[in-house]
Design a protein around this ligand. Sequence first.
Ligand SMILES: NC(=O)c1ccc[n+]([C@@H]2O[C@H](COP(=O)([O-])OP(=O)(O)OC[C@H]3O[C@@H](n4cnc5c(N)ncnc54)[C@H](OP(=O)(O)O)[C@@H]3O)[C@@H](O)[C@H]2O)c1
Length: 271
Amino acid sequence: MDFQLAGKRALVTGSSSGLGAAIAKLLAAEGADLVIHGRDEARAAVVAKSIRETGAAATLAIASLDTDAGADLVATAALGDGPVDILVNNVGVFDMQKSWTTTTPADWADLYNVNVISSVRLIQRLVPAMRERGWGRVIQIGSVTGSLPSASQPHYNATNAARENLSQSLARELRESGVTSNTVAPGGILTDAIKDMLFGFGKANNMGETWEEIEPNVVRALGPNDVGRVARPEEIAAAVAYLASPAANYLTGATLRLDGGWYVQPVHDNS
Ligand SMILES: NC(=O)c1ccc[n+]([C@@H]2O[C@H](COP(=O)([O-])OP(=O)(O)OC[C@H]3O[C@@H](n4cnc5c(N)ncnc54)[C@H](OP(=O)(O)O)[C@@H]3O)[C@@H](O)[C@H]2O)c1
């Protein structure tokens, strides 16, 4: 499908690796000019170079989004070559080892700052100009755990509920402006880091030797879903490209749960 993104400029936060890199590459393949963001300039440069090698445009915006000063740097760099039409707030941190007993109030506050307020900082800096131009896209990356939380990493689950909630509030704020605000809420995504983690878990629990053997078993154990596997980053990126496109002009205030039919396994379900 042609998502008609030629002539649009997109900033994808956290696009130096993982899902963000996949989103940036697909938006570029669909015609958008890209701003690649991360804290690690070398890693971001690798993604930008791979995009430029396809003939698309890609520049860098490097800074942490933990602070207002960092967000100023990112917004200034992103606007250096023209207006930003598409903002994908993808930066997010999680730690599956954390639980109700091991998260401190400071952990909750720190994660809220990175996963939620970093998005707000960029929305406040970039969206007013989209509104003035009468077209724009704000896309939050959240997680299915925002609406179907498990017991683990409760602070992360809560930030995903907040991401979804602020996205709906922003859609109301931007009513009749031509700027839409939506959330994509994935289940598990097969980034390199997640694959290493799941492979290690599967091996340690005798779930198989190869990834092909381990994947269905580890999914049943840790994140059961109807499709029976983890999403590929490109599958999530495709939903973002659709939301970014003019084909989605009528879609705002929505959450697109892209989770393979994720369900929370009841504790006593031995099936
Ligand atoms: N992976 C999954 O299974 C999964 C599932 C559901 C939802 N998600 C969501 O998808 C998003 C991406 O996840 P991912 O697994 O692709 O993550 P990732 O590979 O760890 O990438 C995170 C990105 O965010 C950047 N980043 C982290 N903290 C930052 C900060 N304080 N300021 C600025 N940049 C920062 C990193 O930049 P540098 O490394 O350059 O610093 C990196 O580019 C997250 O919002 C996550 O919650 C992921």
